[in-house]
Ligand binder design. Structure first.
Ligand code: PLP
Length: 432
């Protein structure tokens, strides 16, 4: 799967690689992006598949309510608020002006997992549960509540769910699968925070720790799971189910924009900034948004300068055939959720005609941005999630090559990808 990289040659054909190797803060404009009309001729994932995923989540609502009681007020819907953050907007404008209004999509506060991983992760576990239940004849009368019964749990106990993770995907898969009744093994990379491992263990999840990066944790987990016919591996690098679960976010966001009377049209484009690790979560969300809002949405990822794997893969065209260590970076960053050295090749390919560009951010500004949001709006997010603001901060520069960013009617959405589960003492420490 990996190939030898001739770095000198690559730097000549792709000067950006030199900048990435030097950990430069930059904006890369994606030259392969297509107008929607051209993209639509050959959609890699049909819109119907996203609607089907949304329907499945609806079918599961009685079950979700029963198994995750914190979702009862929302009737078993796992969704996050879209919040106007004008005070944060004013603060950022003082540092670097941008045109339009700023919103926060608070996946940081999604039920069950406290991160964007509640979307894809829980969706995949539910879909697997539906398949198993059908195979065991549990769903003949279509009563999903039955899947929360002791009889059903007895069946699920015989199956294992495994996943490789830098932290949050492990939390999402681990907590949801353990509550449904599965055995769970989470393969954690070296970057995973101790509190995330402790929290998982408190749910009875088996945590396997690796002294290596994320890609190896995934590889080992996948191999271990493949040996057990009763084990399902949630494959962050390749899973269509994860991707579809994330994409449902677009349908939900459309409803929220309508509710808030936020107009999206040619003069009022949406600009959405999403922190990126391996690419699954931001890729799924971005794809769903593109399918719904077409040319009126502009999509950007944000990556740490120390682990810019997606921009490296997409800009060189090598996708998952290149990793940040091939250009001399160790991939270690304070943004634990983004500490990924090799991108998903599947997501990179799907994003080629979709994504507007990728920003990079140093570790230094992450905590100050997180703190600024907390002081201005009273909202706590994790440092990885604060990376989303980099897109707004670099608007003036990106506008030179992306004129849509210069429209005063723009709506900017920073996608807050995690935060609600961070324990109180750790919060205090990082806010200090
Ligand atoms: C997982 C995660 C991301 C990025 O998602 P990928 O699918 O790895 O690209 C961003 N922020 C946080 C907080 C995350 O947990």
């Amino acid at each position: 799967m990996t190939r030898h990289i001739d770095l000198d040659r690559l730097k000549k054909t792709h000067p950006l690689v030199e900048d990435l190797a030097q950990e430069k803060v930059l904006f890369w404009k994606n030259p392969k992006k297509l107008a929607y009309e051209d993209l639509a001729r050959d959609l890699p994932v049909p819109l119907e598949a996203i609607y089907e995923a949304a329907d499945r989540l609806d079918r599961f609502r009685p079950f979700i309510q029963a198994v995750f009681p914190e979702t009862q007020p929302e009737g078993g819907l796992i969704e996050s608020p879209l919040r106007a953050i004008p005070k944060m907007g004013e603060r950022l404008k003082k540092e670097a002006p941008f045109l339009g209004d700023l919103y926060l999509k608070m996946d940081s506060h999604l039920a069950v997992a406290g991160s964007i991983k509640a979307r894809g992760g829980i969706y995949e576990v539910l879909k697997h549960t539906e398949d198993l239940a059908q195979a065991h004849g549990l769903l003949e009368d279509g009563d999903y509540l039955k899947l929360a019964s002791p009889e059903a749990r007895e069946i699920f106990k015989g199956y294992t769910i495994q996943v490789g993770s830098t932290g949050n995907l492990g939390l999402s898969i681990g907590i949801s699968s353990a509550k449904i009744g599965y055995k769970v093994i989470v393969h954690m990379s070296q970057d995973a925070k101790a509190w995330k491992k402790d929290l998982l263990r408190s749910y009875g999840v088996q945590v396997v720790e690796y002294a290596s990066d994320y890609s190896l944790a995934v590889e080992k987990g996948r191999a271990e799971s493949d040996q057990d016919p009763k084990s399902h591996f949630v494959d962050d690098e390749n899973s269509m189910d994860l991707f579809l679960g994330y994409a449902v976010a677009a349908l939900r966001l459309r409803g929220q924009l309508e509710e808030e009377n936020i107009v999206v049209d040619e003069a009022h484009p949406l600009h959405v900034y999403i922190p990126c690790g391996v690419g699954g979560a931001p890729g799924g969300v971005a794809y769903g948004l593109k399918a719904l809002f077409k040319d009126q949405v502009h999509l950007y990822f944000v990556e740490p300068t120390k682990a810019p794997c997606m921009v490296l893969g997409m800009a060189t065209g090598l996708q998952d055939q290149i990793a940040v260590k091939d250009i001399g970076l160790d991939g270690k960053t304070e943004a634990d959720g983004l500490a990924v050295g090799r991108p998903s090749g599947f997501v990179g390919g799907v994003m080629d005609p979709v994504l507007d560009g990728i920003f990079t951010i140093e570790d230094g500004p992450l905590n100050p941005l997180m703190k600024a949001l907390y002081e201005a709006e009273g909202i706590f997010i994790e440092p990885s999630a604060a990376a989303s603001f980099q897109g707004v901060l670099m608007n003036e520069e990106a506008r030179k090559v992306l004129p849509a960013l210069g429209l005063p009617g723009s709506t900017h959405i920073a996608w807050a990808t995690g935060g609600a589960l961070v324990p109180e003492d750790i919060r205090k420490e990082i806010l200090k």
